[in-house]
Write a protein that binds this ligand. Structure first.
Ligand code: ADP
Ligand code: MG
Length: 678
């Protein structure tokens, strides 16, 4: 690897401690990292307008000659304002620069510049404030715009970038073998890294971006695939395929859907191989993933092997425990519940029984995969609502003794391309079908003015013997939100829901309390559950047919879909009423999407489009390296290219050990947490 490129950033001319600090804030510590500081967009100075045509209160490009500079004024608070009169030959405009005497001094009277900045004022007197600019005789008029931090101007970054690129060119490097470049029609890395910053033309900027985005996606694919193959090396509990789940299927209170059966078959065939399974089970809310999980646990138990089902919340763990017990105990399969809130004594007793193999299935929160929980023979670990567990947790699971098979279940259906990225280390089964007889949930978005009418509708359903949810948003740990939810419930009890049994459920309650409330709701003793998003994941009460969501604007699309999935689980027509007074464009669009479709895949695609992949799960949650260049939502084709390229590469050289792949491997390791790939 080249050396000067990996010096401290202060090695660059003009970068002292202060500026170095600012670069570090951006995560840039070396010239190498600087050349990988990719512009957000480009400014095309060729598209300038006359002063007279500039749009007020917007950013404009102007071509201006400095006419007269005034001396800087110091105002209160130490602010320094510099002003100059400039002209485009017809109209004058005031150039105003705040707190940047150095930048202002660089402007010379009589010189002509392209300037880009916000134009304010009125038709008679216009100002352009703190513009970025280049001299009109610059040869390249397309300039990058960088994600910046306070105190780092475009011009500073450009100057430093020029030097960093020079260093890079004096020590050229390339990560892809030439043959690949040719085949995938990609430009050389040195060309890309120079032209992304100093493009000779729009085309060269685009070609460069393609190459760099490809690199990024390729590394992501490689990293994920290497994780996948690493976890596959070790053997696991190989089960006996002749063990039948027929009697389990027969005894269920319903007939499994074709999609459920297919998923069960796929999973079982994985379990019968001697490499650990690593599978994602994707299915829309209400598609019946728990039944699939039960069948699989049954299969393990009949093989004499333990399984564990891990849920993200205690409520959900308790519910799964109830379902699994109901489905499995008739066959003599023993199920237990292990959560963090048990007394120490009870926990110890349970753990002992788990270690001796008295229980076949262990249900619980993440407590069940902690180091101190020993299993006699843990053959399968199922995690429900996968998106709450990240890559790192999956890796941790892989370390559990004997390397169990792993199944993750997700109710957030995501577009295939994104699934391949986020779950690139997993195989995927999809339940693309809801149980027979499910009716779509009618969804309406209304403003607060219609709240009383909405509750009139709720009361009608309650009078028919059904139940309802009212969801209020609440930020965890916010006392004021908690108060708001409490007073909302009190008010409802006295007004709109007078005479009905209601109860409050929120994340701040002790889990025993939560459990009690959930049980009473499930048993029909409570008619209306006023709750926060604790019901978001997995809660299953088929008799609940209405959901009112307050402040619907505070939820994202996928979350609204998850919430709504709590109703429409039985034979009755169900309704979801979204209440919001927000009439902003984005909110209106979200409400429209919710009212127009029940298809989780469609909704998540829209969600992805609106929020961008970075936000989709929050990178902290899925634990993937953030993508700087590639935009997954828009780069499907490039994504496919990167994928087939990764596949080819790894087929020929599974550990990327050949000399021509060394640079690529180093780069991939740099992007990923090294321990994950190892
Ligand atoms: P999710 O996929 O959202 O986790 P659940 O497993 O909670 O869905 O199932 C939703 C509801 O549908 C449960 O009440 C479950 O008993 C029921 N169910 C599951 N599979 C079927 C089926 N094949 N036919 C009818 N009802 C089913
Ligand atoms: Mg579920």
């Amino acid at each position: 690897m080249p050396s000067k490129l990996f010096c401290e950033i202060e090695y660059l001319k003009g970068v002292g401690t202060a500026r170095g600090e600012k670069y570090r804030k951006l995560g840039i510590t070396t010239p190498y990292e600087l050349v990988y500081h990719i512009p957000r967009a480009y400014l095309d100075y060729r598209c300038y307008v006359p002063v007279q045509q500039s749009v007020l209160n917007e950013y404009n490009v102007l071509k201006l000659t400095i006419f007269r500079k005034m001396s800087p004024q110091r105002v209160r608070g130490g602010l320094i304002i510099c002003k100059a009169v400039a002209t485009d030959g017809i109209d004058d405009i005031l150039v105003v620069v705040y707190n940047n005497v150095y930048g202002f001094n660089a402007l010379k009277e009589g010189e002509t510049y392209y300037m880009y900045g916000k134009v304010t004022g009125n038709f008679l007197r216009k100002e352009i404030t703190s513009p970025v600019y280049i001299r009109a005789d610059e040869s390249v008029l397309i300039q990058p715009v960088y994600p910046l931090t306070q105190g780092l101007s475009v011009n500073m970054v450009r100057t430093n970038m020029k030097q960093a690129v020079q260093i890079m060119k004096s020590e050229p490097f390339e990560t892809l073998p030439e043959e690949l470049l040719r085949r995938y029609n990609l430009c050389p890395l040195m060309y890309a890294l120079e032209n992304i910053h100093f493009p000779a033309s729009e085309e060269s900027a685009e070609i460069s971006r393609q190459r760099l985005a490809f690199d990024e996606l390729l590394k992501l694919q490689l990293g994920m695939s290497m994780m996948k193959s690493r976890s596959r090396k070790s053997t696991a509990y190989r089960m006996d395929g002749s063990v039948s789940v027929e009697s389990f299927r027969k005894k269920l209170p319903f007939e499994l859907t074709e999609a459920q059966n297919k998923a069960i078959d796929e999973i079982i065939s994985d379990l019968c191989r001697d490499v650990p399974m690593n599978r994602l089970l994707q299915g829309d809310v209400g598609s019946g993933k728990t039944a699939v999980a039960s069948a699989v646990c049954y299969f393990c138990a009949k093989n004499g092997v333990q399984s564990a089902l891990m849920a993200p919340t205690e409520i959900l763990a308790m519910q799964h425990y109830k379902t699994l017990t109901e489905f499995l105990e008739p066959f003599g399969v023993k199920v237990c519940l292990l959560t963090g809130s048990l007394t120490a004594k009870k926990k110890t007793a349970l753990k002992e029984q788990i270690a001796t193999g008295e229980f076949d299935v262990v249900v619980g929160t993440h407590a069940i995969i902690q180091k101190d929980v020993e299993y006699k023979s843990l053959g399968l670990v199922i995690t429900d609502e996968q998106h709450r567990f990240g890559v790192a947790q999956r890796a941790k699971l892989a370390e559990k003794g004997g390397t169990p098979h792993k199944l993750v279940m997700s109710a957030t259906p995501i577009p295939r391309t994104l699934a391949l990225i986020i779950y690139g280390d997993l195989d995927i089964s999809v339940i693309n079908q809801l149980p027979k007889g499910r009716k779509p949930i009618n969804t309406y978005a209304v403003t607060g003015k219609l709240r009383h009418r909405a509750f009139g509708f709720v009361r009608e359903r309650l009078d028919e013997g059904r139940q309802a949810y009212v969801v209020c948003p609440m930020i965890e740990d916010s006392e004021s939100d908690l108060l708001a939810v409490k007073s909302y419930a009190e008010k409802a009890e006295q007004e709109d829901l007078k005479g009905y049994t209601i109860a409050l459920l929120h994340g701040k309650m002790k889990s025993a309390e939560k459990e009690k409330v959930m049980k009473r709701f499930r048993d029909g003793e409570i008619q209306v559950l006023i709750c926060t998003t604790v019901v978001e994941v997995g809660v299953d009460v088929p008799n609940a047919v209405v959901m009112v969501i307050e402040n619907a604007e505070r939820f994202g699309l996928s979350q609204l879909h998850q919430l709504r999935g709590r109703v429409g689980r039985g034979q009755w027509e169900s309704t979801c009423i979204l209440i919001t007074d927000n009439t902003g464009e984005e909110c209106v669009r979200r409400m429209k999407i919710m009212s127009s479709t029940n298809d989780g895949f469609k909704i998540s695609e829209e969600d992805l489009k609106m929020r961008g992949p970075g936000d989709f799960f929050g990178s902290a949650q899925h634990g993937l390296p953030p993508l700087k260049i590639a935009d997954i939502a828009c780069n499907t084709e490039l994504m496919n290219m990167a994928q087939s390229c990764a596949r080819e590469l790894l087929e020929a050289d599974p550990t990327l050990s050949r000399p021509e792949h060394k640079a690529l491997k180093t780069d991939t390791m740099r992007l990923f947490n090294k321990e994950i790939i190892g």
